[in-house]
Design a binder for this molecule. Structure first.
Ligand SMILES: NC(=O)C1=CN([C@@H]2O[C@H](COP(=O)(O)OP(=O)(O)OC[C@H]3O[C@@H](n4cnc5c(N)ncnc54)[C@H](O)[C@@H]3O)[C@@H](O)[C@H]2O)C=CC1
Ligand SMILES: CC(C)CCC[C@@H](C)[C@H]1CC[C@H]2C3=C(CC[C@]12C)[C@@]1(C)CCC(=O)C[C@@H]1CC3
Length: 345
């Protein structure tokens, strides 16, 4: 059991701090005068003023060391959605989150801010200006989403004013920006392999893509507004750029910004989804023999061919959230940050 010294309200821990969002978050926290402990299974960099603790969040003892004298914990660790590994998602996102909550109790942590996902309500069909009161997806589109739902429920149910342990969940959508290992690299990889010639559907579907600095801003506001008498306790909040954009326009701007051609030819959504589902089933059957990862998974096709954008009115009202970086500027900064992915580089 960790010794319970009174934690400083400016001492926090970022679980998953070696990752894309986690690192941006802790850089901002350091700027704002917080003392930060990072807890992650890997150490990706070094930063003055930041103490690294390498460990698996399923290991309570290892966590307790990193949470000593910490008052705020940001939990933004998860296996990558593309790993599609059910057992891993269950172990890290569900069992591991239980362990995080338990360790927070033992260490005397006062606030837990979870990075959830707006996808917890997404079932592969249109969502337009979705609010936080939409029901959780009954048929989540993949294991990642299935376990993010359970994870969010665990964290929000753990909120207890009586115990002095307050929790809140931030639901970002389509995070992008410098150092993102997913969106831009996967898109450019597909383009380099000649797979970005087609638009799935008529191309009019609107989607939220959220610049990482805005997501960070939402997390810090949530931590600073989370108090026993605030409406944030035990609630979920969408954090977006508040500028829904056509999915294919956004992809085209990134592609053209990096010197690639934008997709031009249209394919019917149901046809592409059907093929993606078939390939996914084949990959599942062949998994014991060979591991195949189709670029167009059913999840990606659903995300690319439907409307899914969310209202962040609740975050504006309860914590004064406003995106700091507009979409146009965010795309410019992102494109400039990937010189190595430029065509011909
Ligand atoms: N990238 C996106 O578009 C979105 C991400 N999210 C959520 O945001 C959070 C952060 O995502 P990203 O920064 O994009 O992912 P990332 O993959 O860059 O970072 C995740 C970090 O978690 C760490 N991690 C994984 N398993 C761990 C374990 N067992 N113990 C300790 N650390 C572990 C990884 O090493 C990695 O550094 C995740 O919870 C994700 O579900 C939510 C909505 C959208
Ligand atoms: C090959 C192309 C059709 C698509 C390339 C871009 C995609 C890799 C991304 C487009 C929307 C993104 C997205 C996520 C990951 C990357 C994309 C699929 C998430 C699944 C990440 C985790 C979440 O919580 C939800 C995100 C929704 C959007």
């Amino acid at each position: 059991m960790a010794t319970r010294t009174r934690p400083s309200s400016k001492r926090c821990a970022v679980i998953g701090g070696s990752g894309f969002l986690g690192r941006h978050l802790l850089e901002r926290l350091v700027d704002r005068g917080y003392t930060v402990n990072v807890f992650d299974i890997r150490q990706a960099y070094e930063l003055p003023g930041v103490t690294f603790h390498r460990g698996d969040l399923c290991d309570r003892q290892a966590l307790l060391v990193a949470l000593k004298e910490v008052s705020i914990v940001f939990h933004c660790a998860s296996p990558a959605p593309a790993s599609d590994d059910r057992a891993l998602f269950q172990r890290v996102n569900i069992d591991g989150t239980r362990t995080v909550i338990q360790a927070c109790h033992e260490a005397g942590v006062q606030k837990l801010i979870l990075t959830s996902s707006a996808s917890v309500v997404f079932e592969g069909t249109d969502i337009k200006n979705g609010r936080e009161d939409l029901p959780y997806a009954k048929k989540p589109i993949d294991y990642y989403t299935e376990t993010k739902i359970q994870q969010e429920k665990l964290v929000l149910e753990a909120c207890s004013k009586e115990k002095g342990f307050l929790t809140v969940a931030i639901r970002p959508h389509g995070i992008f920006g410098p150092r993102d290992p997913q969106l831009v690299p996967i898109l450019i990889d597909a383009a380099r392999r000649g797979k970005m010639k087609f638009i799935i559907g008529d191309g009019s579907n609107l989607v939220d893509f959220t610049y990482v600095e805005n997501v960070v801003h939402g997390h810090i506001l949530a931590a600073e507004h989370l108090k026993a008498d605030s409406p944030l306790c035990g609630q979920a909040y969408h954090i977006t750029n508040d500028e829904p954009v056509r999915f294919w326009d956004f992809m085209s701007q990134i592609l053209e910004g990096l010197g690639y051609s934008a997709p031009r030819y249209h394919l019917p959504y149901t046809l592409v989804y059907g093929i993606a589902l078939l390939l996914w089933l084949i990959a599942l059957v062949l998994r014991p023999l060979i591991r195949i990862k189709p670029t167009f998974s059913p999840m990606r096709v659903a995300l690319a061919g439907t409307h899914h954008y969310y209202s962040c009115a609740r975050a504006k009202k309860d914590m004064g959230y406003q995106p700091l970086v507009p979409l146009r500027e965010a795309i410019v900064r992102t494109v400039e940050s990937y010189p190595h992915l430029r065509k011909g580089a």
